[in-house]
Design a protein around this ligand. Structure first.
Ligand code: C2E
Ligand code: CA
Ligand code: CA
Length: 324
């Protein structure tokens, strides 16, 4: 049984639906009201840790609440004032030495803050449906601008968060934009994390079917960090496995090579190929890593070694560096 803050006179039976326990310990000076507020903060922290969790209030939790509120206000302002823009990170076909596509990554005009920080707030505050559509529209508009300027056109990968599953009309929205702007399906890819596939409900199935019917390719993002079983990899319909940077950091270093651990990366690349999928390695930062990956038969590389995420103008003139 999980119980939220119990106030004097509350009936415990009426409170059993809550998912966490928060405890605020009195220092003898704080008011009752303050103690209850602290307990609520602790409850929310406990809920974030998963159900059946209990948390004792600490000052740092209050700081999290303040940071969250600040980012939420910044996002509200950004949504109101057309304050998002996209950067694009080149993806390199390592075997050919050419650009095979780009990944669209969202930024805020007003403040330099990492999406790694604000996307979780976007999801928590329920803004992801709106922002997911805004970023998609920005990408389509950009492709139109590149085309009108006669620039090279590369497929653009759009990140799709599992929280966007609440937006049942997303794929229709994307397809309408593509149709209206005459964008062929080979110019758009979607990147999902495995949590999208684990929500195996009607909306997910519709989403996957529609994108398949529309011939839009799909990447499984952050591969290797979740719970994917090998069996599940044999039936999910993804075209690319995108190995998470943390795997490279652990297994593709000169020290790891000396211990023979880098074989693990080569084996994952072979596994992806055996399953009929291409593999993307992200977070490649050195010439040594790029060279090793090429020798392992890797398909696509994305990382600071080739380029950080850059502006649309820089994408238009980007050339692949030759190996050092
Ligand atoms: P992600 O989808 O895994 O994107 C890759 C992140 O790794 C990007 O960070 C990219 O700049 C960074 N990265 C790429 N190569 C390297 C490298 O060589 N070294 C290092 N240290 N980092 C590298 P970014 O742009 O800060 O995005 C962070 C996360 O925020 C993304 O992770 C994605 O989950 C989310 N995100 C970004 N843009 C969007 C968006 O438009 N929509 C949604 N739903 N999520 C987004
Ligand atoms: Ca991604
Ligand atoms: Ca990733």
């Amino acid at each position: 049984m999980q119980i939220e803050t119990i106030l004097p006179g509350d009936k415990i039976e009426s409170r059993v639906t809550y998912l966490g326990v928060g405890i605020a310990v009195s220092d003898g000076k704080s008011s009752f009201r303050r103690l209850v507020q602290n307990a609520v903060v602790a409850i929310n922290t406990a809920k974030k840790a998963g159900s059946n969790s209990a948390c004792v209030y600490e000052e740092a939790m209050q700081e999290d609440v303040h940071r969250n509120n600040r980012i939420r206000d910044l996002l509200l302002d950004t949504m109101k004032n057309d304050g998002f823009y996209m950067l694009y990170q080149p993806q390199i076909d390592i075997q050919k030495g050419t650009v095979s596509g780009t990944e669209a990554l969202v930024r805020l005009k007003k403040e330099r803050i990492s999406p790694g920080l604000f996307i979780p707030v976007v999801e928590k505050e329920g803004f992801i449906r709106r922002i997911g559509r805004i970023t998609t529209r920005l990408v389509i508009e950009q492709i139109v601008r590149w085309r009108e300027a006669g620039e090279p056109l590369y497929p653009v990968s759009i990140n799709y968060s599992s929280s966007q599953l609440g937006d049942a009309g997303y794929v229709d929205y994307l397809l309408q934009l593509m149709e209206k702007n005459h964008i062929p399906s080979l110019l758009i890819k979607l990147e999902f994390t495995e949590s999208v596939f684990f929500n195996n409900n009607h909306v997910t199935q519709q989403l996957l079917k529609k994108r398949q019917d529309a011939d839009i390719s799909l990447s499984l993002d952050d591969f290797g960090t979740g719970y994917s079983s090998l069996k599940y990899l044999t039936y999910i319909l993804v075209d690319y496995l995108k190995l998470d940077k943390s795997i490279i950091d652990s297994y593709l270093t000169e020290e790891a090579e000396a211990e023979g651990k880098d074989r693990f990366i080569r084996d994952i690349i072979s596994l992806a190929h055996d399953l009929g999928k291409k593999i993307v390695l992200e977070g490649v930062e050195t010439a040594w890593q790029a060279k090793r990956l090429k020798s392992f038969g890797c398909d696509i590389i994305q990382g600071y070694y080739y380029s950080r995420p850059i502006s649309p103008e820089e994408i238009a003139t980007f050339t692949v560096r030759t190996e050092d």
